[in-house]
Design a protein around this ligand. Structure first.
Ligand code: GLN
Length: 257
């Protein structure tokens, strides 16, 4: 078995350390002797290669970089991303990435940035003088079948922890929220929702990076990638996640005060 991890614009969308999600997926495959490679999906990637990913990771970025990415993520590249996500390719998109998968992002300065329209959501930055949504965030998964899958995998659907840092406020249309906020702002600090979930794509404001702090989500992505690519069910060899669990317990205690 071999999995290719597609990494959206690594040089432009890694402002908030989300490269940790790529490293976490890669290592958790390698630790199980699953062949894995990383495919940068950016301005230099030819169209043929652009389609060769089995799971996709998108990180966060500042408004300016998002505008540059969207100038390139058009035409065939946009069509490939849309087609594969709609076909059920799993992915995890953090902050700036889901904003670009939505209908549009109105940044603090400059023109509205049209998104790919894959997720029925819009994001509006209220302006540079409005405080950003920054801090630890925790949320419970409400998206199905993700919540049910985690319960089957772990016997529970654990609270997800992370760190958010965004100016844009996201409002969902006809798309499932990923989770219900336990602590922090989430999408907009108003409706109590965090992120979005569509087919097998996880969209979230939780940096962290997300996957090392919530390794069960990394395993879910790996399982879904193998199921989608090889059309077969797989049970992953358990790993020793005691260190991550210790960190999670500490953070959950700190967040719950
Ligand atoms: N630039 C976007 C915002 O401020 C995304 C930030 C991010 O990716 N952390 O909302």
């Amino acid at each position: 078995m071999h999995l290719t991890i597609g990494w959206l614009y690594p040089k432009l969308m890694s402002t908030y350390g989300d490269r940790g999600n790529v490293i976490c997926l890669e290592r958790r495959c390698q630790w199980r002797n699953l062949d894995v490679s990383i495919l940068p999906l950016d301005q230099d990637t030819d169209i043929e290669s652009f389609a060769k990913f089995d799971v996709i990771v998108g990180g966060g970025a500042q408004d300016r970089q998002q505008e540059i990415v969207m100038r390139d993520l058009q035409g065939e590249k946009a069509r490939i991303i849309k087609e594969k996500i709609n076909a059920g390719i799993p992915g995890v998109f953090t902050c700036g990435s889901p904003q670009l998968l939505g209908k549009y992002y109105e940044p603090a300065l400059g023109q509205k940035i049209d998104g790919l329209g894959i997720l029925d959501l819009v994001t509006k930055h209220p302006g540079q003088n409005v405080p950003r949504c920054i801090g630890n965030v925790a949320f419970d998964i409400v998206a199905e079948p993700l919540r049910k899958d985690l319960e089957e995998m772990l016997g529970e659907s654990p609270t997800v922890i992370g760190f958010e840092n965004h100016g844009g406020r996201t409002y969902l249309g006809d798309v499932s929220p990923l989770g219900k906020v336990v602590s922090g702002y989430g999408n907009n600090g108003e409706d109590g929702f965090e992120g979005a979930f569509y087919h097998n794509a996880i969209a979230t404001y939780a940096h962290g990076p997300l996957l090392p702090k919530n390794p069960f989500l990394a395993d879910w992505l790996i399982i879904k990638s193998i199921e989608h690519k090889y059309q077969e069910k797989i049970i992953l060899t358990p790993l020793d996640d005691s260190l991550a669990e210790q960190g999670r317990k500490t953070m959950l205690k700190r967040i719950s005060g």
